[in-house]
Design a protein around this ligand. Sequence first.
Ligand SMILES: [Zn+2]
Length: 149
Amino acid sequence: MSETIELRWFENTDRSCIQCGKRASGILRGSRNESYGPHCERCANKRLKASKKARSRVKGATLTPLHIRLLRRGVTGEWIGLSDNMGVRIGEVVALGELERMGFVEDAKGPFPPGPPSLPPAVITEAGRAALAAVVDAGRPVPPHGSGP
Ligand SMILES: [Zn+2]
């Protein structure tokens, strides 16, 4: 599972860790002070580190126009749909693999769209949304939604 980019600090508690079930020593908090639940110190530090790494991936991402187009499909639809044109689709599958390694998309958990069985569809992650927003905020050209390949 890809880590949220929101984690910031750890508040003390005596409940159980939601990651491992051991006695928690604190509450994991995000950038707006929102709770991510009680955690033991070990799990909290692991998640804080992963969240920081996810943020740096968002900051350092260089997205191609195809990457951006695929991420936009993840924002406007439940799944990132691929082209029916096999020539186009091959490039999209490669780009999706790159996005997955960057932590910006992941396999959907299902239930899956109707149709013949195939690979599980991809969905955009929180980091992927942030990366897409960063591109849009930077004022770089973004292909309009629904534009063909
Ligand atoms: Zn734990």
